[in-house]
Write a protein that binds this ligand. Structure first.
Ligand SMILES: [Zn+2]
Length: 143
């Protein structure tokens, strides 16, 4: 489910909270894979049979790949959540994240929203990795 569908279904605040939880799940996975890497390094010895050395090497490579994947996931989700959160406050009444979606444009990953408190409307752009490329500050492109 993409961000727009999730926000429509859960509301912005719950979507944001869940995205941050997923983010931190990736950090836990990164920690576990680092532990796996360290345990493999601790267990390694040149005196071990070659097959055992190769198994430890395979475990170390797997831990490294999983750790890299988890770290990338963490940064991707954090960027997505923060990019939307930066636009979630109503400029009229300063209410955070309490709005209804009035129009969605999935092709541009944008939504028109209306504040539940004061009725002010504005546009929220969601982070689209395919549009942002590897720009470390994707917010600079959209404003
Ligand atoms: Zn408002």
């Amino acid at each position: 489910m993409d961000a727009m569908q999730s926000i429509r279904k859960l509301g912005f605040r719950k979507w944001y909270e869940r995205t941050l939880l997923r983010c931190h799940g990736n950090l836990v996975l990164l920690l576990l894979s680092t532990l796996g890497l360290l345990i493999g390094a601790e267990a390694y010895s040149r005196d071990l049979p070659v097959s055992t050395q190769l198994q430890l090497l395979a475990c170390a490579i797997a831990s490294g790949v999983i750790g890299y994947w988890a770290l990338r996931g963490y940064f991707r989700l954090m960027r997505e959540a923060e990019f939307a959160a930066d636009q979630a406050t109503c400029s009229q009444c300063e209410t955070y994240g309490r709005w209804d979606i009035t129009h969605e444009d999935p092709s541009h990953q944008t939504m028109k929203v209306r504040c539940r408190k004061c009725g002010h409307g504005w546009q929220v752009a969601l982070f689209a990795p395919e549009l942002a490329g590897d720009d470390p500050d994707p917010g600079s492109q959209r404003r």
